[in-house]
Write a protein that binds this ligand. Structure first.
Ligand SMILES: Nc1ncnc2c1ncn2[C@@H]1O[C@H](COP(=O)(O)OP(=O)(O)OP(=O)(O)O)[C@@H](O)[C@H]1O
Ligand SMILES: N[C@@H](Cc1ccc(O)cc1)C(=O)O
Length: 424
């Protein structure tokens, strides 16, 4: 892809919210390979699917010949970005931040290529802030910022205007730190562009201004729209359940199911944001789905593409095997790892002691029946299935033979009420 095409492609995908001096940036991208960066703070032990948007944009730039820097905020993570956050963040201990820096680094690495002429770079802003003294910070950096202008920034407005939850001096200084990161990366690596979600606009422009003042260089900022679902909820750390990139926090099966159940109103937008299919391929999928009236393929393609990107092709095969076996008689193909995924978050589950093997009790404990007598009725009417096989004996006692890998039994009532028993 030629560099001119990159910005047009991002635009066509709906991936550009704001740009500083777009014409000059397009010109620079057309002239040469540039270095760009995006920062990720260690505010949790894993990134989530919202953070995948800028990670994939870094990858898009790298595939177009540019050099990406992924910065993990070892220093900024100690302070906490107040941008559009309603309340002050809790400070984490240095040990926790340190371990999260390592985890996030490992999560970003597989998306980028660390070899070749435009090899990616991993950076950590603790490398420069860790040794900077407070007087240098105040004299050399602070002097370039006007508090009058800072309090007008949209990202902190709600905190400035609230009496109940103000903003600490600590968080207020955050954008000076992120601003200075750009100066430092520009000095060390000739970095010319910072990208991020649109909530980062204030911090990014703090960096472009500061780099102009301190390094006398014109550098650029580009933000992506914050991805929301058609029901208005943000993709990120949400109360209804964050979709994490870490397979130990969100199983690849659940991850696959998440994309598979995308609303029709979102699916083509998400194909543009989260996959490397070309815009015309996505248009063709959309047109075919409209023609097929009622059985869209978009969701399956999205689930396969994003799960492959994040967890690899085998995770897609496993997710498809799991969903197929849950609704069929044959549950022998499920592997121990499949059961571990189901136990993590794939199905409702209940832990039962091995010395309480009664099926009636298990159905009640697993909330497949509200009482033993209701459970009896379900068994008599043939609605109860154990590991894919119908059971008709109301006095049935679950034995070792019903325990897959010694630990798991799949109970089902009717067509789709599942419970995984984990034996203790
Ligand atoms: N839903 C989203 N859509 C697009 N970009 C996002 C989304 N969520 C986060 N990002 C971007 O990902 C980058 C890293 O964000 P980060 O991992 O800090 O997530 P976060 O949810 O904003 O974290 P926190 O809640 O701790 O601030 C930032 O550039 C941010 O703007
Ligand atoms: N402020 C960014 C993370 C970040 C940190 C340092 C930077 O230099 C850039 C970005 C966020 O909260 O998502």
């Amino acid at each position: 892809m030629s560099e001119m095409n990159l910005i047009s492609d991002l635009q066509a995908r709906g991936l550009i919210a704001q740009l500083t001096d777009g014409d000059a940036l397009e010109k620079r991208l057309a002239e040469k390979s540039i270095t760009l960066y995006c920062g990720f703070d260690p505010t949790a032990d894993s990134l989530h699917i919202g953070s995948l948007v800028p990670i994939l944009v870094l990858k898009r730039f790298q595939e177009a010949g540019h050099k990406p820097i992924a910065l993990v905020g070892g220093a900024t993570g100690m302070i906490g970005d107040p941008s559009f956050k309603a309340t002050e963040r809790k400070l984490n201990t240095l040990d926790i931040i340190d371990s999260w820096v390592g985890k996030i680094r490992k999560q970003v690495e597989p998306f980028l290529n660390f070899e070749g002429s435009n090899a990616a770079i991993m950076a950590n802003n603790h490398d420069w802030f860790g040794k900077m003294d407070v007087l240098t910070f105040l004299r050399d950096i602070g002097k370039h910022f006007s508090v009058n202008a800072m309090i007008k920034k949209e990202a902190v407005q709600q905190r400035i205007n609230r009496d109940d939850s103000g903003i600490s001096f600590t968080e207020f200084t955050y954008s000076l730190l992120q601003g200075y990161d750009f100066v430092e990366l520009n000095k060390q690596y000739g970095c010319e562009l910072q990208i991020g979600g649109s909530d980062q606009w204030g911090n990014i422009t703090a960096g472009t201004d500061l780099t102009r003042r301190m390094n006398q260089q014109q550098v650029f900022g580009l933000t992506m729209p914050l991805v929301t679902k058609s029901d208005g909820t943000k993709f990120g750390k949400t109360e209804s359940g964050t979709i994490w990139l870490d397979a130990k926090k969100t199983s690849p099966y659940k991850f696959y199911q998440f994309w598979l159940t995308t609303a029709d109103a979102d699916v083509y937008k998400f194909l543009r944001y989260f996959t490397f299919l070309t815009n015309s391929e996505i248009n063709a999928i959309e047109a075919a789905d409209i023609a097929a009236a009622g059985k869209p393929e978009g969701q399956r393609i999205l689930a396969e593409q994003v799960t492959t990107l994040v967890h690899g092709a085998n995770a897609v095969i496993a997710a498809q095997r799991i969903s197929q076996s849950l609704f069929s008689e044959d549950q022998n193909s499920l592997t121990e790892d499949d059961f571990e995924q189901l136990a993590l978050d794939g199905l409702p589950h209940v832990e039962i002691s091995r010395d309480q093997p009664g099926l009636l009790d298990a159905l009640v404990a697993g909330e497949l029946a509200t009482s033993k007598s209701q459970a009896r009725g379900f068994i008599e009417s043939g609605a109860v299935i154990i590991n894919g096989a119908k059971i008709s004996d109301v006095a049935y006692s679950l034995s070792e033979a019903d325990r897959r890998y010694g630990s798991y039994t799949l109970l089902r009532r009717g067509k789709k009420n599942h419970c995984l028993v984990i034996w203790k």
